[in-house]
Ligand binder design. Structure first.
Ligand SMILES: [Zn+2]
Length: 234
């Protein structure tokens, strides 16, 4: 048996363990976990934005393997809708082959164990002002972050501060490649880049071996293809 499966690094990278490096933070609505080395830069970013009149909140930080597996399995089972690329039409899974289902899920959701949210370096952010005022729910769709959307001032200021102050966050999913554009997903680059480097094909394969999510067999047929197309895209 490969020693990788029980290694702390493997458990950390694939979200199987909430290590002591993860710290818990409260928001108005709930709480989230973030890597301890990201705490200060994230606070700094939030303060900076606030100084420019923009509120920023985290909708989602660390996500465990189990949470990602639940999202995945519910999509395969039809409990949770799978959306087409227009972000509106719901995929009729009864008319899709298994490979089609897997690729359609992967456009929006990571393979369990392979989400950047497992590292505590990546967050979905938004400006709560509009949502509170109008009692609306954040949907996490790109139109909310485009010029007419309530989060457009936030992303504009985020990019402006990046230009001026060189904060170390970036948005890895701005260009749709294997996966969808995600305007709301930010990442603490210095640390996330390191974890990305460490997440080798060997770890990817080990993760599959240790996993039991639905339709895993499809990914096992061509693991290198899925690793390159849906994981190494940011
Ligand atoms: Zn995200």
């Amino acid at each position: 048996m490969n020693s990788l499966s029980s290694s702390p690094l493997f458990n950390f990278l694939t979200g199987r363990e909430l290590t002591s490096q993860m710290k818990r933070f409260r928001t108005d609505e709930s709480f989230y976990f973030c890597h301890q080395e990201v705490e200060e830069p994230l606070n700094e970013l939030q303060k900076n934005l606030r100084a420019h009149g923009i509120e920023m909140e985290v909708a989602s930080g660390f996500r465990s393997y189990e949470q990602q597996e639940k999202i995945w399995n519910e999509k395969v089972e039809g409990i949770r809708p799978i959306l087409e690329r227009d972000e509106k039409t719901v995929v009729d899974i009864n008319r899709c082959s298994e490979i089609e289902i897997v690729e359609k899920i992967l456009y929006f959701s990571a393979i369990p164990g392979c989400s950047r949210h497992h590292w505590g370096t990546d967050f979905d952010f938004f400006d709560p002002t509009f949502y509170k005022k109008n009692s609306q729910k954040l949907l996490l769709i790109n139109s909310e972050y485009e010029p007419l959307g309530p989060n457009y001032p936030l992303v504009s200021k985020f990019e402006e501060l990046f230009q001026k102050q060189h904060h170390q966050f970036y948005r890895p999913y701005l260009i749709p490649r294997g996966v969808a554009r995600e305007e709301w997903h930010i990442s603490f680059r210095p640390l996330a880049d390191q974890f990305m480097q460490l997440f080798s094909l060997e770890i990817f394969l080990k993760n599959l071996e240790e996993s039991n999510f639905h339709l895993k067999k499809i990914i096992l047929q061509r693991p290198k293809y899925f690793y390159k197309k849906y994981f190494l895209v940011s």
